[in-house]
Design a protein around this ligand. Sequence first.
Ligand code: TYM
Length: 340
Amino acid sequence: MTMKTRVFSGVQPTGNLHIGNYLGALTQFVDLQNEGECVYCIVDMHAITLPKEPDELRDHVLDVAALYIAVGIDPKKSIVFVQSDVPGHAELAWILTCQSYTGELSRMTQFKDKSRGNESAPAGLFMYPVLMAADILLYDADVVPVGRDQKQHIELTRDLAIRVNNRLGEDTFVVPEGRFLKEGARIMALDDPTAKMSKSAESEMSRISLLDDEAKIKKAIMRSTTDSDGEIRYDIENKPGVSNLLSIYSAFSGRSIPEIERAYEGQGYGSLKKDLVEVAVDQIRPIQARYAEIRHSEALTRVLADGAERAGVIAEATMRRVKDKFGLGGGASVPSGAGR
Ligand code: TYM
């Protein structure tokens, strides 16, 4: 196992990434590059838990890859790759499936929300967290930077790793830790601050995508839901809308919430919103410029090919170790092509 901290995380290629993904996860991905050996995945096999048009999926994979680089992930420092390019993910997912309890999987809130007791919900939705655990454990990750919504999945990953280690030895899996930011870990929908900002919400006004133009960003922020008392104060319970705007402001600007509250004392929501538009656009504009340069470049395909190769080396070593622990495999030492 490596001495340097291994970092692993992933993003689903489902539509444009929004500022929740950016402020909760991607900013961490970038920062951690200077601290550890980072592996960043585009989890296309998670994306097919619900039906996806193949061409659209391929496009979205490249969109996310280009956005990874546009936000500042440096493919020379970090491994950037597509999940389905490395077979170990599916292989380890099956091994972990056999270690999971149906009870714990049915308690996953994301599964409950998406399946709503529907008997024809795809089984892939049910197994989703196990595939995620496989992603993480396959790379012996110490740290997993994510938004707060993934906390339960990280807990399951830890439980599975500890369960297997208790049976087969501490050297089977590295037990990972989730990493969550103070501000940014849970960005809420702009038009309904009691719901998480998500890629799948119907209303475009609920989110700001990293590829939105300035007019759209402005409209979504200026129209965002607030309350009627007019006081700029962080109070999640009673003032979820303003609190969400303060979190976004703080995460984008690096200024603390109390500092922002002081700066806007006695002013109305209008001036906070107006300035937030500026703060957001200033950060998003350079990302879009870099995205436009790279999205259709050959360099992008090279990054993914190189990433798949580097990720594959780590994954193969883990699979050899794990299969051996479970007593799996018999012919691995037979040269390929033998017996034909
Ligand atoms: P996904 O694609 O939904 O989201 C990508 C990342 O963005 C974070 N995030 C948010 N953070 C703050 N506020 C929000 N409103 C918000 N919405 C999303 C997510 O927490 C995530 O960090 N299951 C994962 C993908 C995955 C994964 C993994 C992550 C698959 N395998 C292994 C880490 C490690 C997901 O659906 O993320």
